[in-house]
Design a protein around this ligand. Structure first.
Ligand SMILES: [Fe+2]
Length: 197
């Protein structure tokens, strides 16, 4: 059996990842920083390389602002070109493409813990930001696991977020949904200032 934690490491790209976000992802910045922090926490939980996982989380939607709603192009050539500017290894492009499983799943399967976590947590960080923004304070400090679960059951709330993808933490990561949400909220609270939440 392959080791799901075996992985090319690219944590040295962390400063470059911050630079790319500052330059190219002004609208998506909070989602990217939240996902980076969550991925770092998940790496610590599962025994992955924390900085590598964080970089993958930070850059997974780097091209989002420039797509101009043409989501078919997500994770395509423009992203590849941006990653080339920081001499990113092919592994990082693959890890990012794997999270767009409906398009790239065959070429880049969810065959590592990093990829499985990124796939599940991507939808969750977006959802938690949406939950935060409807709190009276608009502060992540006021968001609890129970508030997130309640909103997940409300199908009309943030309807574009795929609840099933989040719930796959139970099969893909083998952790209960409550725990997955808790780890992610705590990771986001730790960088609340950077998220402006
Ligand atoms: Fe995302």
């Amino acid at each position: 059996m392959t080791n799901l934690l075996e992985h090319v490491q690219y944590g040295h790209l962390l400063p470059a990842a911050h630079g790319l976000i500052a330059e190219h992802a002004k609208q998506t910045k909070a989602h990217l920083l939240a996902t980076g922090s969550a991925m770092e926490a998940l790496a610590k939980k599962f025994g992955g390389d924390a900085q590598t996982w964080r970089v993958a989380g930070m850059l997974h939607d780097l091209d989002w602002d420039m797509l101009e709603k043409d989501y078919e192009k997500h994770c395509g050539e423009p992203l590849e070109k941006l990653l080339a500017t920081i001499q990113a290894p092919q592994e990082l492009l693959g890890d990012i493409r794997a999270h767009y499983a409906s398009k790239y799943g065959a070429a880049y399967p969810l065959d590592s813990m990093l990829r499985k976590c990124l796939y599940c947590v991507d939808e969750l960080t977006g959802f938690i930001i949406a939950v935060t923004l409807v709190r009276p304070s608009k502060k992540i400090a006021d968001v609890e696991v129970s508030s997130v679960k309640k909103k997940m059951k409300d199908k009309g709330f943030a309807a574009q977020v795929d609840r099933e993808q989040i719930k796959q933490c139970e099969t893909l990561l083998n952790i209960p949904l409550d725990e997955f949400i808790d780890v992610t909220i705590q990771a986001m609270k730790a960088v609340a200032n950077d998220l402006n939440l």
